[in-house]
Design a protein around this ligand. Structure first.
Ligand code: NAP
Length: 279
């Protein structure tokens, strides 16, 4: 566990009464992996003005807002990943991780996140959760598929996806799950396909369009949202959810709220946990 994470920086604000909390293990204590019910949860970090991605030099919404990224949020993100049976991503994320980890794609990097691998072993889980990429285009190289070594890689797509691409990805080692026959995979069918593959705890770290498809079919049980207390501005950006108006404007209950106070150059941040209200 990481010793330098000063517990005195973090306060639980809700549920009351406010009290100090330790950062390391904060989300592991939610014990998502022990839930008897299937659970779909998502994680995001956003700025105070709601930015989750900014435009790169070419104008594509491909850049994480680096001004709010920090190792304390990363620790909590890793704790959420560690509790999953499968982690849902977009193809862009696979590319990003392969750049970060010099080619081999892992979710829990063994040098840095060794304690979370050990934690999974103690809990009777495999060293890493499986990875599932949801995709229409299947613009995923075979090399990238081969770079995923320490966990099974699933690709979830439509039955209408090009057979030649599917065959090539399967030959490279991916397992393809079909989720319906419309080009746009629907949230409910996506989750059904993952459950049929025996995944009960599904952690989405994909972006705003995947969050939209999960919300549209009311598939999301919990949202973990870090708000970095900085304003970023900018004219081209993505917010948490991108897509059409959501039917019924899904309501969420506040489950927990933590304040991580600023230290020298690091701005403060709020760690919010929101549970879908279902009647
Ligand atoms: N701040 C944060 O916490 C956070 C979290 C996640 C992502 N981001 C950022 O947000 C930006 C956008 O991320 P992103 O493009 O990876 O996420 P995204 O907007 O959720 O889309 C990811 C991919 O999912 C596939 N997809 C989406 N809807 C689909 C559907 N109905 N059926 C089948 N496939 C579907 C598409 O893949 P194909 O193109 O392969 O068809 C799409 O490119 C990036 O800059 C990323 O860094 C920020």
């Amino acid at each position: 566990m990481i010793e330098s994470f000063d517990a005195a920086r973090l306060q639980r604000l809700y549920p009351a009464p406010a009290e100090p909390a330790a950062l390391t293990g904060l989300y592991l204590r939610h014990a998502l992996h022990r839930r008897s019910q299937p659970c779909v949860y998502a994680n995001f970090i956003a700025s105070l003005d709601g930015r989750v991605a900014l435009a790169d030099r070419q104008g594509a919404l491909a850049r994480m807002p680096s001004a709010i990224l920090n190792p304390r949020d990363w620790q909590l993100y890793q704790e959420l990943v560690a509790q999953a049976d499968v982690v849902l991503v977009g193809a862009g994320y696979l590319n990003y991780r392969s750049r970060q980890t010099q080619g081999v794609v892992t979710l829990l990097d063994s040098a840095r996140d060794g304690s979370l691998r050990a934690w999974r072993a103690q809990e009777g889980l495999s060293p890493e959760p499986a990875l599932a990429v949801v995709s229409r285009e299947l613009a995923i190289s075979e090399e990238l598929v081969r770079a995923v070594q320490s966990q099974p890689l699933y690709i979830v797509t439509s039955r209408r996806a090009p057979a030649a691409r599917i065959n090539a990805l399967e030959r490279a080692g991916a397992q393809v799950l079909f989720a319906g026959d419309t080009r746009d995979v629907a949230g409910a069918i996506l989750i059904e396909a993952l459950r049929a593959a025996n995944f009960m705890r599904i952690c989405s770290v994909a972006g705003p369009r995947v969050l939209h498809l999960l919300l549209k079919d009311d598939c999301l049980d919990r949202l973990y949202l870090t708000t970095g207390l900085r304003l970023l501005g900018g004219c081209t950006y993505a917010t948490l959810v991108e897509g059409s108006l959501l039917p019924g404007a899904p309501a969420f209950n506040l489950e927990a709220l933590y304040f991580d106070s600023p230290v020298s150059e690091s701005a403060g941040q709020l760690f919010g946990v929101y549970t879908r209200e279902r009647h």
